[in-house]
Design a protein around this ligand. Structure first.
Ligand code: PMP
Length: 305
């Protein structure tokens, strides 16, 4: 989806003009994938723009950094303040927020520690990641021929830029084969997640999602959906799932900051059809919360004004 430029990007503590938000060609992260990042959404509410679970995302970024010995030179509170200021300076009512902390220009070679950790935040207006039709009618998925990372190859709980070569190849393969998204199995062959979303299935009215030891990213939306299912009194279990579980599921949906709550209507030729009642109930609750229509969940909203 093309990006519409805004006025300013936050880079290392300063606002720079959009067109000047560039890096040197010898930036370490460009060559070796040594960056950690986040994807966050800010929604328009009756009390102005509100960022959904901003501190949780920034804490995850800090944790991703710890895994790669990349200490982010700004605290979570400083990055929260920077995000608010950036949304205001660009006069946005809703947007996607992309913070990134990466090994910058200094030396070339695999040892990263002599390169600075540069930090930037970009914001822009962004619609539905998989399209409006996807949110309404669901997407077509296929099980990828690519496996998700083994925890001793690249820890899947870290949102590190280099790891996304794997997601990108799976996405490319799925789209080239006429699907919208790929399901990714872990090295042992159990269900892990999608290329940038976590997965849920419904079987006999119960909701299931792979546990974190199956190797998905600990998604903030995944966590949100688990809590919502519990609050709505829907049976919800984290369970190791197989490829066959997908093929017999009554409903399936994928969740993430970008994809929000997207129904799945087909997986590898097995038709799930129209979004089912569980998917629709979760989707409706999710959107009412992020849009600030449910006061019970205001703790998850970070109001910018
Ligand atoms: N899995 C992967 C691989 C992702 O990149 C993302 C997006 N960050 C997700 C799951 C969903 O995570 P979240 O709900 O925190 O956006």
């Amino acid at each position: 989806m093309p990006i519409t430029p805004v006025d300013k990007v936050w880079m290392n503590g300063e606002f720079v003009d959009w067109e000047n938000a560039t890096v040197h060609i010898l930036t370490h992260a460009l060559h070796y994938g040594t960056g950690v990042f986040e994807g966050i959404r800010c929604y328009e509410t009756q009390h102005g723009p509100a960022v959904f679970r901003l501190p949780d995302h920034l804490v995850r970024m800090e944790r991703s950094g710890k895994i790669f010995l990349t200490e982010i030179p700004y605290s979570v509170d400083e990055l929260i303040a920077a995000t608010h200021a950036l949304i205001k300076v660009n006069d946005l009512r809703s947007c996607y927020v992309r913070p990134i902390a990466y090994r910058g220009f200094g030396e070339i070679g695999l040892y990263p520690a002599n390169n600075p950790v540069d930090v930037a935040i970009a914001v822009w207006s962004w619609g539905a990641y998989l399209g409006d039709d996807a949110l309404k009618n669901g997407i077509r998925m296929t099980v990828s021929s690519w496996r998700r990372h083994d925890p001793n190859i690249i820890p899947p709980q870290a949102k590190v830029t280099g790891a996304y070569v794997n997601s990108s190849m799976a996405k490319y393969e799925a789209v080239k084969n006429g699907y919208d998204e790929a399901v990714m199995l872990n090295p042992a062959g159990f269900l892990s997640e999608a290329t940038g979303e976590n997965l849920f299935i419904v079987e006999n009215g119960e909701i299931f999602t792979p546990p974190l030891h199956s190797g998905p990213l600990p998604g903030i939306t995944r966590d949100t959906v688990i809590k919502l299912a519990n609050d709505l009194g829907m049976p919800m279990t984290e369970r190791v799932l197989t490829r066959a579980d997908l093929y017999t599921a009554e409903e399936m949906f994928c969740v993430g900051t970008a994809a929000e709550v997207t129904p799945v209507r087909e997986v590898d030729g097995r038709m799930l059809g129209e979004p089912g009642p569980v998917t629709l109930a979760i989707q409706q609750k999710f959107f009412s919360i992020v849009k600030g229509e449910d006061e019970k969940y205001y703790d998850w909203l970070d109001f910018v004004d």
